[in-house]
Design a protein around this ligand. Structure first.
Ligand code: HEM
Length: 406
């Protein structure tokens, strides 16, 4: 608690505040005492942290007041070029443009369509498990989880299999820039990875426009009507980057945090081994308890009031999934991990118009991955301390030393 305000001394803007795990106790106090909490930032305007489930839902469902496009979706203000790049992504579009770009894609991400990928995702998972079977000791984040989302997106987009390694390498370089260990490799690398990936996609678009259509997402996007015209190659490049990055870190995190959480709850892990039909419920609880993203930002377009707090036009507003997922008004005993929790209306995929397009794919990857992991390795142990990513956005683990016993 700070001496002057009786508020918990937590700085939600500071990436270091999350390295020992999210500040769940402080967030619980704030939900009771100051649920729309003002958080100052160093060197730029602060933001309103929206902490209760109902208020996060309200912000997400009112894009006419809370814009994704105006200031982008991350807390740190971007320069003009950065904001311009972000606004090419679905995530940072407002209606009506958002609908025009999302509608042609939605049918291809429906549960039934994505369900058709299950066998292929299982083969990919089995080959990932086979690669590490002999080794036993692995760094689980990079050597196991990271391989799944980049291969699945390669499959979905119809990329040649020999390119999957390249996509994987670019996606890995494009990860959290707030972590010095990741960013220090070369400060420009994350930006270069984005450009490299967009260039790859532009080249792909050029090639594929010359070829007959195929049954994949690349054909769908290149053929779709986006408000009376097709997507140009630059927009295709941005969209490709978004699909690869949106589904990469988040899915990796779901798998790595999921395993760690299960190892911390051995009774529930044993239950899953005994009855794999419990895995989909466990994946939902992993997503609630260890949500991969802490927040997304909006910007108020008009003066407004939320939970008796006045918000001015232009203010930044952050929807804290990390807090909403543990709101006592919605979840019984919210700090407890419980694979049987039902219903489980967590907000880890957001809600409203921007609700995650890849939700069914992420759930399917989670289900099949844990089915195959538990079926392949009768024993799984932690062999050292997990290391978390330094970030105020990504609730991620960057190293998870594991022994896989077969
Ligand atoms: C566990 C994994 C994942 C998590 C936790 C996650 C989370 C989210 C969240 C919170 C949003 C934004 C919602 C908002 O602003 O209200 C979002 C949007 C999005 N996600 Fe995911 N995501 C995951 C996996 C994926 C995958 C696998 C893909 C695709 C391959 C994907 C593609 C997208 C896209 C395209 C959007 C933008 C949708 C829009 O703005 O209309 N995501 N995701």
């Amino acid at each position: 608690m700070s001496a002057t305000t009786d508020q918990p001394a937590v700085d939600l803007a500071d990436p270091s505040a999350f390295v020992d795990g999210p500040p769940h106790e402080a967030l619980a106090v704030l939900r009771r005492t100051d649920p729309v909490h003002w958080q100052p930032m160093v060197g730029e305007p602060g933001f309103w942290a929206v902490l209760r489930h109902a208020d996060v839902v309200y912000v997400a469902r009112h894009p006419e007041i809370f814009s994704a496009s105006e200031g982008g979706v991350v807390l740190e203000d971007l320069d003009e070029a950065g904001l311009d790049g972000m606004r090419r992504m679905l995530l940072a579009m407002d209606p009506p443009k958002h609908g025009v770009h999302r509608e042609p894609l939605s049918p291809h991400f429906r549960a039934r369509v994505i369900g058709g990928l299950e066998d292929r995702i299982r083969e990919i998972c089995q080959s990932i498990m086979a690669d590490v079977r002999e080794r036993g000791e692995v760094e689980f984040v990079h050597e196991v989880t990271a391989n799944l989302p980049s291969r699945v997106i390669g499959e979905l987009m119809g990329l040649p299999e020999e390119d999957w390694g390249r996509i994987h390498e670019m996606a890995e370089r494009n990860t959290s820039g707030q972590d010095p260990e990741i960013a220090a490799i070369d400060p420009d690398q994350a930006m270069n990875a984005t450009v490299d990936m967009a260039m790859y996609a532009i080249e792909l678009a050029g090639k594929r426009r010359q070829e007959p259509p195929r049954e994949d997402l690349t054909t769908v996007i290149l053929d779709a009507d986006f408000g009376g015209k097709p997507m140009d190659d630059i927009d295709f490049g941005s969209f490709f980057v978004q699909l690869v990055t949106a589904g990469n870190d988040t899915t990796k995190t779901m798998l790595a945090s999921g395993l760690l959480t299960l190892l911390e709850h051995p009774d529930q892990l044993a239950e899953l081994r005994a009855d794999p039909s419990l895995i989909p419920g466990a994946v939902e609880e992993i997503l609630r308890y260890s949500n991969p993203l802490h927040y997304f930002r909006r910007t108020a377009l008009a003066d407004t009031t939320l939970a008796e707090t006045d918000i001015a036009a232009g203010d930044k507003v952050a929807m804290y999934y990390t807090s909403a997922n543990r709101d006592e008004d919605v979840f019984e005993d919210p700090q407890r991990f419980d694979i049987h929790r039902h219903p489980n209306p967590h907000l880890s995929f957001g809600i409203g118009g921007h609700f995650c397009l890849g939700v069914h794919l992420a759930r399917l990857e989670g289900k099949v991955f844990f089915e195959e992991l538990l079926a392949t390795f009768p024993t799984i142990e932690l062999t050292g301390a997990p290391v978390r990513t330094r970030s105020n956005l990504n609730n991620a683990i960057k190293r998870l030393p594991i022994r896989l016993g077969s």
